[in-house]
Unconditional design. Sequence first.
Length: 453
Amino acid sequence: MGKPAASRPPATPDAKTAHDLMGVLPMTAEVCDGRLCIGGVDMTDLAREAGTALYVMDEATIRHQLSEFVKWTRYHWKDVDVVYAGKAFLSLDIVRIVEEEDCCLLCASGGELAYAVRAGFPMERVQMHGNNKTPAELAECLDAGIGRVVVDNFEEMERLSALAAERGATQKVLIRVTPGVEADTHDFIMTGAEDSKFGFGLNQGLAMQAVKRAIELPGIDFDGLHMHIGSQIYALHSFAKAIEVMVAFMREIQAETGVAVRMLDVGGGLGVAYGAPDEPSTVKDFGKVVVDGIKEECEKHGLDVPRMAVEPGRSIVANAGVTLYTIGSVKEIPGIRTYVAVDGGMSDNIRTSLYDAHYEALIANKADQPREMVATVAGKHCESGDIVVRDAPLQCPEPGDVLCVCATGGYCQSMASNYNKQVRPGVVFVRDGEWRWAVRRETYEDLLRCDLG
Ligand SMILES: Cc1ncc(COP(=O)(O)O)c(C=O)c1O
């Protein structure tokens, strides 16, 4: 989840302007009259008109990323589903965009499924995963008629079978396997113990037992296998290693049961650039490693090539988004640190407190000025750990400036909370010089709506 602070070099003023930060900003970012514009919209004007804190999503970047995955996976094999992982960022607008870009949708809860239903998304293109789907959520999947359920444990499989049988339905399932390959940003390590709350391990024979049970249970159609080795992965050989393991398992399944695995879903996890020097792997390289890897392994084992799926989340939305804040105060502690306080914080971006994530920041109304100082961007919550960006090179900050934190399109709005009864920011989509509310800002009434006291 990004390099921990201890392994990052100490921050220094780096004289970078917005021009030097294009690698972490949405693809439509530009500097106009010294101010940051995204999707043809001036971020300073937007912040003042729509208010802050505010999530801004660039529609062109989202569409571009989805189409890159479609292009560079189907370039190597015709039958690949690009299944956008809604957990990264979900709103009705993005569900419609995912549909228009010929992609599928991965849901992690009944709540996420409700967005797909409300948006009228084609249900056969929905997959549901999660390590403890409730009976109610399983029933919701069946009633909605979704494409596939990714089965995570034996109890769930039995429940799904019974619920499907009650309805006279048959549900396609993928069995989630932990391939024993753990990924980080630099290398992979084998996790012999397969110590994960997700899925069925291979080593103790659980995955084979699960496949056999799925084949025999009524109401369930064993369609294939699923894996997900991690997130923010830079080293593509982790995927290659896991694919080797999974295809070898496909061969074992065929040998022991006579059943061919029809689908192999390799999950998500492609890393993105959070810092200006970051150079993640490209979607093109990812497509080649994954799709060619599966084809080559199948050939090696004499297997038919299955339908494939990839589940990108972060790599679709992270760099499509920024968060805008208004600077309230600047506190200089001589010889120690300068704090820049903004009108949001850990309630709209928990990743810094949770993972020690690091972001690039700039002042939208001073975008072409060099970042001549280092400051820590602090939130407004009652926690000293409420930091948005620690030790950020920054243009000289003043109260009233619009501060832009880059690459916040993934796992920020979707992980937001009402801590300190802070209302959650709205989401604005920008496109072709226009902006629109995709999700309105919450109000105090929203906070009080569920309180029956
Ligand atoms: C099963 C599964 N698929 C896909 C994803 C998306 O991963 P990412 O956002 O890293 O691409 C996740 C996220 O953790 C996941 O759990």
